[in-house]
Design a protein around this ligand. Structure first.
Ligand SMILES: Cc1ncc(COP(=O)(O)O)c(C=O)c1O
Length: 358
């Protein structure tokens, strides 16, 4: 247990409810409290506190601004119909944050400390968890290097904080397929690089290709492997799965892919829905050939934000290839339903994935 000082006044429920009446979208509105904790190499983690949400003051020399030592996480708190507030596998996010710290030469935070901090913060922000169907409170744990120092080495000081943002339903008008563009010029992550860490630079480096894809009418980029621009890796902020010969196939975790918690959960759950799974490399050629021959019947992105995002078309080298078009395939639908039913407490939590906030 860490001792967490609560230095923020209790929330005024009417402030939260006025905020929640707005069109929430994603990541635009922030709850009025945050958790923060500092680190110094000689002291370890200290000053764990819940404070009013607000700006932080850092030296312009803070190392995060120069060498990008920054990592983050993303998960959600759901308000169940019975009024309880539940988190989905938060210990997996804590574990992944520590894996990211390792790769980015940052200090670990014991998983239990991360969980205690999360529970304490969300416990103070219950009024900020939306009631609207499909909406939730998105949690963004973040760690940054704060030492004022321009030498290239790991920082000796860090700040860890958790901010929360009420977010609207991902599919306000229903579950609908998107178009993605397989990227054959730029790459996201290289073998031996930082692709498996959740660090800002991976995203910054992808923005250019993503903007280009968006201009061309795609939702985002389907990243191919760095060495051959051939093997399918992931999409923007999602892992990717294909239905090949009736089986759900997704890339094995090979260091250049983020180990998604949704991905892991689907690999656990699908066999119990009668759907076989396989973790293996697939090439863009195998996918496009499979669309021609009928072996590939569905494609979908998987991640916290939308859980399952059906892919209707894949663009590659200027040509659009139809997957399911405007339709949602039966496997995508079944998996989406099964996983969201657990997250929202509509189905028994047979895997013991949900954690309740008191
Ligand atoms: C690059 C990337 N891949 C995959 C995912 C999916 O991970 P998760 O299912 O844990 O949200 C995310 C989102 O966090 C991501 O940013």
């Amino acid at each position: 247990m860490i001792e967490i000082q609560v230095q923020a006044q209790p929330s005024n429920p009417s402030v939260a409810s006025a905020a929640l009446e707005q069109n929430l979208g994603f990541g635009r509105i922030f709850a009025d409290k945050m958790f923060q904790m500092k680190y110094h190499k000689d002291r370890g983690w200290y000053d764990a506190s819940i404070v009013p949400f607000g700006s932080i003051s850092l030296s312009p020399a803070a190392m995060v601004f120069h060498y990008g030592q920054e990592i983050f996480e993303g998960h959600k708190a759901y308000r169940w119909e019975d009024g309880r507030i539940a988190l989905f596998r938060p210990e997996m996010n804590a574990k992944r944050l520590n894996n990211s710290t390792y790769r980015m030469s940052m200090p670990q935070i014991p998983e239990q400390v991360q969980l205690d901090a999360t529970m304490a913060l969300v416990g103070q922000l219950k009024d900020w968890v939306p009631r609207q169907e499909g909406a939730s409170l998105y949690l963004r744990p973040t760690m940054i290097a704060t030492e004022a120092m321009l030498g290239v080495r790991p920082s000796n000081e860090y700040l860890y904080y958790i901010i929360c943002s009420p977010v609207g339903p991902y599919y306000p008008t229903g579950f609908s397929p998107v178009r993605v563009r397989a990227e054959d010029r730029f790459i996201r992550a290289v073998p031996g690089g930082t692709g498996a860490a959740k660090t800002g630079g991976n995203y910054a480096g992808g923005l250019f290709a993503q903007a280009e894809a968006k201009e061309q009418g795609y939702m985002g980029v389907l990243w191919l492997d760095a060495l051959n621009r051939r093997d399918v890796e992931e999409i923007g902020a999602m892992n990717v799965m294909f239905v090949i010969d009736g089986k759900v196939v997704t890339s094995e975790l090979k260091g250049s892919i983020l180990p998604g918690i949704t991905r892991d959960s689907i690999l656990h759950l699908a066999p119990d829905l009668g759907i076989k799974t396989e973790e293996r490399t697939t090439s863009i050629d195998e996918i496009l050939d499979g669309l021609q021959t009928g072996r590939v019947t569905e494609a979908f992105g998987v991640g916290t934000a939308a859980v399952v995002t059906p892919i209707g078309h894949i663009g590659y080298k200027g040509v659009d290839h139809k997957v399911t078009g405007d339709e949602v395939g039966p496997v995508s639908r079944k998996i989406y339903q099964a996983l969201t039913d657990i997250q929202w407490g509509r189905a028994p939590d047979r895997y013991e994935w949900m954690r309740f906030v008191h």
